[in-house]
Ligand binder design. Structure first.
Ligand SMILES: NC(=O)c1ccc[n+]([C@@H]2O[C@H](COP(=O)([O-])OP(=O)(O)OC[C@H]3O[C@@H](n4cnc5c(N)ncnc54)[C@H](O)[C@@H]3O)[C@@H](O)[C@H]2O)c1
Ligand SMILES: [Zn+2]
Length: 390
């Protein structure tokens, strides 16, 4: 190993060890974790009211050039002044572009508008892009950063819970194609992620709860202490009490960091993040993407996956019911009368048809213990789906 690789190995080992020991990789400067991959190494900061420190932290990371901030029509007006001051206060020039809020902006057409804006403003290789928004903005802005001038530096300020613990970390960027979500994309790791949990105060409650599904997922698959926090302090979390919120976001982000550090290109370990997502995605497809938010679909998917785990004799009944109980207390759906079992079942099999291999189910053998199975009988899935109806 060269010195860099050796350092990366040590960091990775430390991160995994820390997870196993149940301590968060954290220090006084809001560092939640570091992503360390073959192609990049960057910090993820999580704190309360830390947006004003963005410029200084960019300097520390050695980010130079002009800041091209991309946001959406809801988030931009709320935070443009704060983010502008944070960046210009550290001596950067900054301009902002606002795209319409919503998944509809994750298209090549909108990416084209962003390219036009960058060309007009004469953006160059030495400049950088800041994504200020939820997963839609970070996926779009990251994709533009990956492709404009063969790659601009990229920084993310996630503003939804889902983006803080999931979309902003790991370098997957992209836009949708009329035939499929996220079909066009690139891996492009950011230089820094700064999650100011105080920004969650303006996020609609339903979006916040939807993000909690991914936090709970991280707890179920890898972090017993986070599970404990969610089970004991859900009132404080739902009330956005600062200390609890920061701790939950930080722990959850650290799980994503650790997993993507082990498997940047999704060839192995990253599959565990799919817990609840096989049925979650199928429910989104079957209901046409307008009834359920992603986290809501994943919540139902996790309930079903826990029941499948139980039916296969992997998970104790008591644990399976704890999955549903927690999600329900977090305000997430755990049943859905309208589930069309055969239709959802067909959608879970789509993956098989597309990739020519059996569906890889991420199941639980206990909290913190996942197992990947491709031999789940159709009838077991059918029963789990039917159980969601009541
Ligand atoms: N790249 C990845 O690894 C990855 C992972 C998971 C999801 N994603 C992608 O993320 C997208 C979903 O992201 P999302 O759930 O963050 O949705 P989003 O970006 O659409 O945000 C949801 C809504 O909340 C608003 N909003 C955001 N932050 C706010 C704030 N602080 N205050 C008030 N309003 C705010 C937005 O304007 C939007 O209307 C999907 O396109 C999905 O494919 C990507
Ligand atoms: Zn998800």
């Amino acid at each position: 190993l060269g010195p860099e690789e050796a350092a990366a190995e040590v960091a990775r080992a430390w991160q995994m060890l820390s997870l196993r020991l149940g301590v968060t990789v954290a220090s006084g400067n809001d560092l939640a974790c570091e992503v360390v991959t073959a192609s990049a190494r960057y910090p993820v900061f999580v704190g309360w009211e830390i947006l004003p420190s963005l410029g200084e932290r960019l300097r520390v990371q050695g980010v130079s050039g002009r800041a091209f901030v991309i946001s959406d029509s809801t988030v931009g007006p709320l935070y443009r002044k704060q983010v502008g001051e944070a960046v210009t206060g550290a001596g950067y020039e900054a301009v902002m572009l606002i795209v319409p809020a919503g998944e509809e902006s994750k298209t090549l057409k909108v990416a084209g508008w962003v390219y036009d804006w960058l060309v007009e403003r004469r953006a160059e290789r030495g400049d950088f892009i800041v994504a200020l928004g939820g997963g839609v903005v970070s996926d779009l802005a990251g994709f533009v950063a990956a492709t404009f001038a063969r790659g601009l530096a990229f920084v993310v300020c996630p503003t939804t819970l889902l983006a803080m613990v999931d979309a902003s970390i790991g370098g997957k960027t992209g836009v949708d194609h009329p035939k499929g979500k996220n079909l066009i994309g690139a891996f492009h790791q950011p230089r820094l992620v700064l999650a100011d949990a105080a920004m969650l105060r303006t996020l609609p409650a339903r979006e916040f709860r939807s993000g909690l599904a991914e936090v709970a997922k991280h707890a179920f698959i890898l972090d017993a202490d986070l599970l404990d926090l969610l089970e004991k302090r859900e009132d404080a979390l739902l009330a956005l009490e600062p200390e609890t919120t920061v701790e939950a976001v930080r722990r959850s982000a650290a799980i994503k960091c650790a997993v993507v550090s082990e498997d940047e290109r999704e060839q192995g370990r990253r599959v565990v993040l799919n817990f609840g997502h096989t049925i979650g995605h199928a429910l989104e497809t079957a209901t046409g993407y307008n009834m359920l938010l992603h986290g809501e679909a994943v919540s139902l998917g996790m309930v079903a996956a826990a029941r499948i785990s139980e039916a296969l004799g992997l998970l104790a009944a008591e644990h399976a019911s704890r999955v549903g109980a927690l999600l329900s207390r977090l305000g997430l759906p755990v049943s859905l009368k309208q589930v069309e079992v055969e239709r959802v079942l067909a959608a879970t099999e789509l993956d098989k048809k597309v990739r020519g291999r059996a569906v890889r189910w991420v199941l639980l053998e206990g909290f913190g213990r996942t197992v990947v199975r491709d031999d789940v009988p159709e009838d077991v899935v059918r029963q789990a789906l039917a159980s969601l109806k009541s």
